[in-house]
Every structure is written in structure tokens, then in C-alpha cells.
Design a protein around this ligand. Structure first.
Ligand code: ADE
Length: 225
């Protein structure tokens, strides 16, 4: 069982992604548990603030050390965490290999940042891994956290009904997926490739491999290097 603890100032932003489809089913089946913690509950001042002006001046607010530290310490006292992951655009870019690795863990903590950043000491003291979902900047780490959880949970055995389906995903091998089609075979003259209607499994496999190779060559030649 893989447990996630996500620390955020915007817990509402994470409700919907975890309440539908595969992520929802995985929780109902007891294959994963996802807990969202409101950072503001760990604020120690009467205004419940969690950010402050940066030392040395400059624009933007910085998320304070203490609320994060209190929440992290409380969770760490309850169980051991394989990783404490901070979602940040200056982290290492998430890929399938990392998702595979995390899917084998037992307890994962995820910190979501906002504003200009979080006090560097949180990163120095608690974070074991800094992760980005790509070279663009979002308003916070919540959507990146949801993406990480989705990429990981679907890899847990038993989450997908057809277990081989995660294994045949693009990126799971070295190649992108071949195109797929379903009924009707002819839509206003736009037809499905004949080979897929042939029933000739070895030829279909060969065609799929060639298509996958072609797609990878034209779209992501870096994957073939
Ligand atoms: N927070 C803001 N932008 C991000 C990104 N691209 N990846 C991860 N966390 C982020």
C-alpha cells in the first residue's frame, strides 16, 4: 500500500483530481491512501499566515519555515517516509522511470510551494528530492503534485484492470505508442488502416511496432539515442 501525504495551502485544489476515475478507484480498492494537509493549520501566529517578506528585500513573499517544519515533523513522528518531495520548477524533471521507482515506495510526502518560493532551510533540512513537471512555471505545486500522484498510482499493481496496459504505455518501453482506432471502421470516408481489421495478429504487431518506431523517430528522436 502506497500512502501519500501532501502539504498545501490550497487543499481544495486537490480534491477533484483524487475523487475521480483511476485515482478514486485505487483508493476505494485500498491500493493507495492520499492525505491532504492544510499548511495553515500549522501556522503559529494569530493571523494564520504562512508567508513573510524575504530577507534582503525583493519582490514576492516567501513561505515560512515553521508551519512546514511542524507539519513535516508531526508526520515523520508517525511513520518513515521513503521520500519527501518538493514540487518546484527548478527540480529534476519527472519522467516515467522516476514514477516507476516511486510506485514501489510505502510512504511519500509531497510539499507544494507558492509565491516566490519556500524558505531554503525547509529544502535543506527535510526535502530528499526536488521535482519539476516541465520547463514552465505554474502558480503552485498542487497541480504538479496531482500529476505526480496520478503517474505513480496507475503503476501500482491492481490499479489498472488490465495490468499489461500500463506496461504498454508510451515511454514505458523506449517507444511512443502506435495510433489506435475504434468503431466505426469508416467515418465519412475516413477509414481505419486495413491491417487492423485483418485479424492477422503477427502482422498487426509488426505494423504497430513500425508505427511506434516511425512516431518516435519523427516526434521524439531523443528517445532512440
Ligand atoms: N511549481 C510551479 N511550477 C512547477 C513545475 N513546473 N513543476 C513542479 N512544481 C512547480
Amino acid at each position: 500500500m502506497l500512502r501519500f501525504d501532501i502539504i498545501t495551502v490550497l487543499p481544495g485544489l486537490l480534491e477533484s483530481p483524487f475523487a475521480h476515475s483511476i485515482l478514486h478507484r485505487a483508493q476505494k480498492k485500498g491500493l493507495t491512501e492520499i492525505y491532504v494537509h492544510n499548511l495553515r493549520d500549522y501556522s503559529t501566529n494569530k493571523h494564520k499566515s504562512i508567508d513573510d517578506y524575504p530577507y534582503g528585500g525583493g519582490s514576492g513573499m516567501v513561505m515560512m519555515l515553521e508551519p512546514f517544519a511542524l507539519c513535516i515533523e508531526k508526520l515523520k513522528a508517525e511513520r518513515n517516509y521513503d521520500e519527501v518531495i518538493f514540487m518546484t520548477p527548478d527540480g529534476v524533471t519527472l519522467n516515467q522511470q522516476t514514477a516507476n521507482k516511486i510506485s514501489g515506495a510505502a510512504n511519500i510526502m509531497i510539499l507544494c510551494g507558492h509565491y516566490k518560493g519556500i524558505d531554503q532551510r525547509i529544502r535543506d533540512l527535510y526535502v530528499t528530492s526536488e521535482m519539476s513537471i516541465g520547463d514552465y512555471v505554474l502558480s503552485g505545486g498542487e497541480l504538479p503534485a496531482a500529476i505526480l500522484v496520478d503517474a505513480v498510482v496507475r503503476l501500482i499493481p491492481g490499479v489498472l484492470s488490465d495490468e499489461t496496459s500500463a506496461l504498454s504505455d508510451s515511454f514505458q518501453g523506449e517507444l511512443l505508442d502506435a495510433p489506435v482506432y475504434t468503431r466505426p471502421a469508416d467515418w465519412n470516408g475516413h477509414t481505419v488502416p486495413d491491417i487492423l481489421l485483418s485479424g492477422n495478429t503477427p502482422e498487426i504487431e509488426k505494423w504497430r511496432f513500425e508505427q511506434a518506431m516511425e512516431r518516435t523517430k519523427t516526434r521524439r528522436p531523443d528517445l532512440l539515442e
